[in-house]
Ligand binder design. Structure first.
Ligand SMILES: Nc1ncnc2c1ncn2[C@@H]1O[C@H](COP(=O)(O)OP(=O)(O)OP(=O)(O)O)[C@@H](O)[C@H]1O
Ligand SMILES: [Mg+2]
Length: 371
């Protein structure tokens, strides 16, 4: 199956956007406009369509344009299957793929794997383990077909075990879950470790291109499976049964996994400047995008980069755009810096959109898509 890209996007009644239609290119789409013009709202629409939720609010009613009853996002994709989402203040969320209602949002996420790089992505190092786990599992979800099954099964078993612990069931009834939990957990660990190694391999190549001053440094990755190193999960569960009974939940396991990078043995947040931290987060997403693309599924991801200019100087923005243009992914990049358009060379497949008061006032194709 050819990778999917968005060919047309129609947004209605989302924040200050009353009605907007764009024909994105398959490469870079640079969305330029002043503060409050509607740039992030366009990215929000794509995120909403793909994942069924916004990255700006937990309450979708806040994204519906003031005074309106519902918002809509409709996309045409490269395989001609129209994808549509509507959020109505009274009827809630409805999603359609190829005119058929979709029951599960994960169906859409599978079709259009999306990575959001928020304006504050330099705060990557301030995020907790849950965020890092999600980042890692995002890749696995799109690369490794068995991962979703393993992870969902694992979660169900943990819930069952926790509920047995809370209900003070006897040891036998609690231990009943351990074999399955351990089997899923060990497999998840194997997949996560494998994925992290791939990320590191790609990252080692990408990051120095964005930050040439880091050419000579040594990047390493530490992975914590969620239980004591060099022990089998089945033994850890058994050894810590009394502790878990006191806690009322299973402490050790894949749900407690974490990972971290180091640069020459030091935590990156200690040595990277803010701009370099942003480039670090961008390089990670680019690494993930390359891995998903090279996987057996050959899944092309969509990158949403909100406010690329924050924290980055002109030169690094230019490097970023050049590197993104080389990556065969569809990117939507917002910025208030109009001079950025000049960075896109004519040989790159790019479209520059100028946004004003929730409308596109200009759409300039640098070259028709050849990707
Ligand atoms: N529910 C809503 N109805 C109407 N307008 C809204 C609603 N929610 C937000 N807005 C307005 O929509 C506009 C677009 O916001 P958006 O965040 O997309 O701007 P932006 O171009 O990303 O700006 P910035 O450069 O400051 O990040 C803002 O003026 C905002 O106040
Ligand atoms: Mg914005």
């Amino acid at each position: 199956m050819d990778p999917l890209v968005l060919n047309q996007l129609t947004i209605s009644n989302l924040r200050n956007i009353t009605e907007l239609v764009i024909q994105p290119s398959s490469g870079i789409n640079l969305i330029l406009g002043d503060n409050g013009s509607g740039k992030t709202s366009i990215l929000e629409a794509i995120h909403l369509l793909t994942l069924g939720r916004s990255f700006r609010t937990r309450f979708l009613k806040n994204a519906v344009q003031f005074g309106q009853q519902h918002l809509q996002v409709i996309a045409k994709t490269s395989n001609d299957a129209p994808v549509g989402l509507q959020f109505d203040l009274t009827q809630g969320l409805q999603i359609r793929l190829n005119s058929q209602p979709l029951k599960r949002l994960s169906d859409l996420a599978t079709q259009l794997p999306l990575q959001l790089i928020p304006a504050n992505c330099h705060q990557f190092f301030e995020q907790g383990p849950r965020y890092r786990r999600q980042l890692l599992d995002w890749g696995l979800f799109h690369v490794e077909p068995s991962f979703n099954y393993q992870w969902q099964s694992y979660r169900k078993v943990v819930q069952q075990r926790n509920s047995a612990l809370r209900q003070h069931k006897n040891d036998l009834e609690i231990r009943l879950w351990d074999t399955h939990l351990a089997a899923f957990g060990e497999e998840i660990t194997r997949l996560r470790q494998q994925q992290l190694n791939q990320i590191l391999d790609k990252f080692r190549l990408i990051f120095p291109r964005l930050c040439p001053e880091f050419k000579e440094v040594d990047f390493t990755l530490q992975f914590k499976s969620g239980w004591t190193k060099e022990h089998l999960l089945i033994d850890v569960l058994s050894d810590h049964l009394e502790r878990d009974k006191k806690l009322g939940y299973t402490r050790s396991g894949s749900h407690a996994a974490d990972w971290s990078f180091s640069i020459n043995g030091v935590d990156p947040s200690e040595v990277l400047s803010r701009g370099q931290q942003k480039l670090f987060a961008l390089a990670l997403s680019m690494a993930q995008a390359e891995i998903t693309l090279n996987s057996a599924q050959h899944t092309q991801s969509i990158l949403l980069i909100d406010d690329i200019s924050s924290e980055l100087d002109q030169q690094h923005q230019h490097i970023m755009l050049t590197e993104l243009a080389k990556l065969p992914v569809q990117c939507f990049i917002s910025s208030t810096d109009y001079s950025l358009a000049a960075n896109l060379k004519s040989d790159e497949s790019a479209t520059v959109f100028h946004v004003k008061h929730g409308q596109i006032v200009e759409a300039k194709h640098h070259q028709l898509s050849t990707k």
